[in-house]
Structures are given as C-alpha cells and as structure tokens.
Design a binder for this molecule. Structure first.
Ligand code: PLP
Length: 390
C-alpha cells in the first residue's frame, strides 16, 4: 500500500524538482477543509472559522519547527509561491542597503528580481560564483551592508549552499541580511537552513509534497522595517479617509505579507505534507537513507552511459545532463513515449546554463520520495537503449 496508489503504475514521474506528487494524506486533508469547515480565516466568529484559525496557527508553528526557528524571533506568512514571496519582500525593502549580492547559479526567480530591485534602489548588484561543492565564493568586504539572495540548493544539480551559516554571520556583522531561496532545499536538507541565522526564507508547498502555496519565514525585525506597499484586506487596525494603521500585534505581523483572503485549503494541506515528510519511510528505512542509495545508483548508472555528459560532479536527487548525439527535448519526448517524465531545457537558469556555461538544452531527472529502485532502473535501461540506437 503506497501513499501514491491513486496513480497509474505505468507512469514514472521524475520531475519532482518542478513539482512533487501529493500523497493521499495531503489530498485528504484539503478535502476535509472543503467538506467540513470551508470558511474564511482570521475574521469570523462562527465554529468553522474558529477551527480553521486553530489549524492555521498550528501550521505556522509546524513550519517554524521544521526550519528550526522560534516564534519569538520569526513569523510565517503564506503566499502564492517562492517567486511571489521573494518579489514581495524584495520590492518592499527599505532604501538602507548598499548592494545586492546574488550568485551565478540562481533560478530566474532570484536572478531577475535582484536585477529589478537593484535598479529600483539605485544600488549595485554583484553576481558571485558558487563552487562545485555549492559554497559561495566571497570576500568578507563584498558583503558589507548588502542584501544577499541565494538558493540553499540548486535546481540544476542539487549543489547546496554549504557555507550559508558563515555567510549569514559575515553579513550580519556589517549590517547586511540574507534571504534564502529554499524552493529545492526545503524538502532535501533542512539542516543547512536550521543551522543558519537567515533573515528570510522562501519556499513552495508544491515542491515538498504539499499544495500549491508559497511560504515566507521572516525575522520580525526585518518585517517591521519593510516599506509595506502591497496592501488591502486583512492587514489593518484602523482606517481613516487618507490614512491607515497596520495590525501591530506581534503575533499577527504575518498579516503584513498576507494580502486579502488566503489559500486556506493550501495552508491545511501544507501541514499534512510536513507531517508526511517527517514520518514517511520506504522499505522500513528512513527516507534519507533510502534516497541516498537511490541517488547514488542513478548517478553511477548515468556516469556509465556513453555520450551522456553529466553536469553533476556528485550524486544528488537532481541530476542534469546533455548529449551531443541528441537534442534534450527530443530525448525527453522519446522517454515520454515509455511513460517516463523528465524535464528538458534550461530549467529557468538561463544565465548559468546558456550564457555562462554555453550548454545546449539539458535533460533533468529529479527524484522524489515516491520513486523506487525499479523505476530508476527502468529509466536508466530505457535511456541506454535509446542512446545505443541513435
Ligand atoms: C531553486 C528554485 N528557486 C525558485 C523556484 C521557483 O519556485 P516557484 O515556481 O514555486 O515560485 C524554483 C522552481 O523550480 C527553484 O527550483
């Protein structure tokens, strides 16, 4: 009995980096909201709404616990997705920072907004390198009074920001802040995140076995200095003809980033996905141990196929490659004919892959906790057959 039994077994989904599948428990939890207490959060006095408010509160606590932070220092706001959250906070930064720092291997969701924000604030934007081990290469002087926006895990080859803790410490010493794109990292490595003193963290429920929803975990001190300009229902204490006063209750500061009615079923489903990630086991071993074995197998097998050029220098649940013998999109179509779903293209990392590295479009295989050894084996064998018949 699997939590994904509703799927047709012939399908092999290898695109979890884009969007993970949803375990039955997450779908059930969202259905429960729709069927049993479909109401508005944060504003009603009837029973359904009170039950919903309790569950939303519980989800915020669960998120904080998941990323190892306390409610005395941080708050959790829900939004559309990682991209929206990043834009929301970046667009409301006060004009006190001197530079924007990012890296060459960022998703367009970071790479592009850091351009527009630097322009808007009239400050320089610096693009630093990331080593093959994922660490940011920097000089402490690079960081003074700056806003650094970096991913904790790349969506190309899974490399991780292994020096995040030091980056955050170095930034704070000079009045800077660090904003973390954890879209990939959140479901793979919470430790890097938990151990760092980040100022804000952004991720998407749909990349962690949850519903389509965005999450912002932000320091209350940063939230308090944002220049709130995206404004509307659910955010104010008082309104006069030309002025308003934002909600100031320290336990409700999240309202400053939650404009209008929220995706309540999504918030409820997210809570179920956190439970699921924490408790899921495959073949009696922890997900981490199971995944390590599977991703090593994938990496070793791909490394042995002639004419496949791997981008990864080490195993990861996200592996990208290209071949001079066949276009990546054609290869993805051939694989799809065998019900294998992989991504092809530049995965929203155009600068790094196309401009900097001059790679052709790539194929990306990304494993989820639902994938089995048999599925990876079938994928590898199918790829081998395609490559030998070219
Ligand atoms: C590293 C990284 N950052 C940001 C994003 C954007 O996430 P979303 O589309 O959920 O906003 C993605 C999506 O693939 C990603 O992989």
């Amino acid at each position: 009995m699997s939590d994904f039994d509703y799927l047709d077994k012939k399908n092999i989904y290898l695109d979890s980096a884009c969007q993970t599948l949803r375990p039955q428990q997450v779908i059930d939890m969202m259905d429960e909201y729709y069927h049993e207490y479909n109401s508005c959060g944060g504003r009603v006095k009837y029973n359904w709404g009170i039950k919903l408010d309790e569950k939303i509160k519980e989800t915020r606590k669960k998120v904080l616990n998941f990323v190892g932070k306390s409610s005395s220092k941080y708050t959790v706001a829900f939004t559309l997705n990682t991209t929206y959250g990043l834009n929301l906070v970046l667009n409301q930064l006060p004009p006190k920072f001197k530079k924007i720092i990012t890296s060459d291997i960022e998703h367009n969701s970071v790479f592009l907004p850091t351009m527009t924000i630097a322009k808007r604030l009239g400050i320089p934007r610096i693009v630093l390198q990331r080593s093959v081990d994922g660490s940011l290469v920097y000089d402490k002087n690079d960081l003074s009074e700056s806003v650094a926006v970096l991913n904790s895990m790349s969506n190309i080859d899974g490399r991780e920001l292994v020096n995040l803790k030091e980056i955050a410490n170095d930034l704070h010493k000079t009045g800077g802040i660090v904003l973390i794109d954890a879209a990939q990292g959140i479901s793979h490595n919470q430790k890097i995140i938990q151990e760092s003193d980040f100022d804000a963290l952004f991720f998407s429920g749909h990349k962690m076995y949850g519903p389509s929803i965005g999450v912002i975990v932000i320091k209350k001190t940063l939230l308090a200095i944002l220049d709130i300009g995206f404004i509307g229902g659910g955010m104010v204490e008082e309104v006069e003809s030309d002025t308003y006063k934002l909600i100031s209750d320290p336990d409700d500061l999240n309202s400053r980033l939650e404009i209008g009615l929220q995706n309540f079923a999504g918030i409820i489903g997210l809570s179920a996905s956190i439970n699921w990630i924490k408790n899921y086991q495959q073949e009696g071993v922890t997900t981490q141990a199971y995944q390590e074995k599977l991703l090593r197998f994938l990496f070793d097998e791909l490394s042995n196929i002639p004419n496949i050029k791997l981008i990864n220098s080490s195993p990861s649940s996200i592996v990208s490659f290209y071949s001079d013998k066949i276009d990546a999109h054609r290869l993805a179509i051939f694989l799809s004919a065998q019900n294998i779903m992989v991504r092809s293209g530049y995965f929203c990392c155009h600068y790094y892959l196309k401009n900097l590295k001059k790679y052709p479009p790539l194929v990306r295989v990304s494993l989820g906790l639902n994938n089995t050894k048999e599925q990876v084996d079938f994928f590898v064998k199918t790829l081998q057959t395609i490559m030998t018949n070219l």
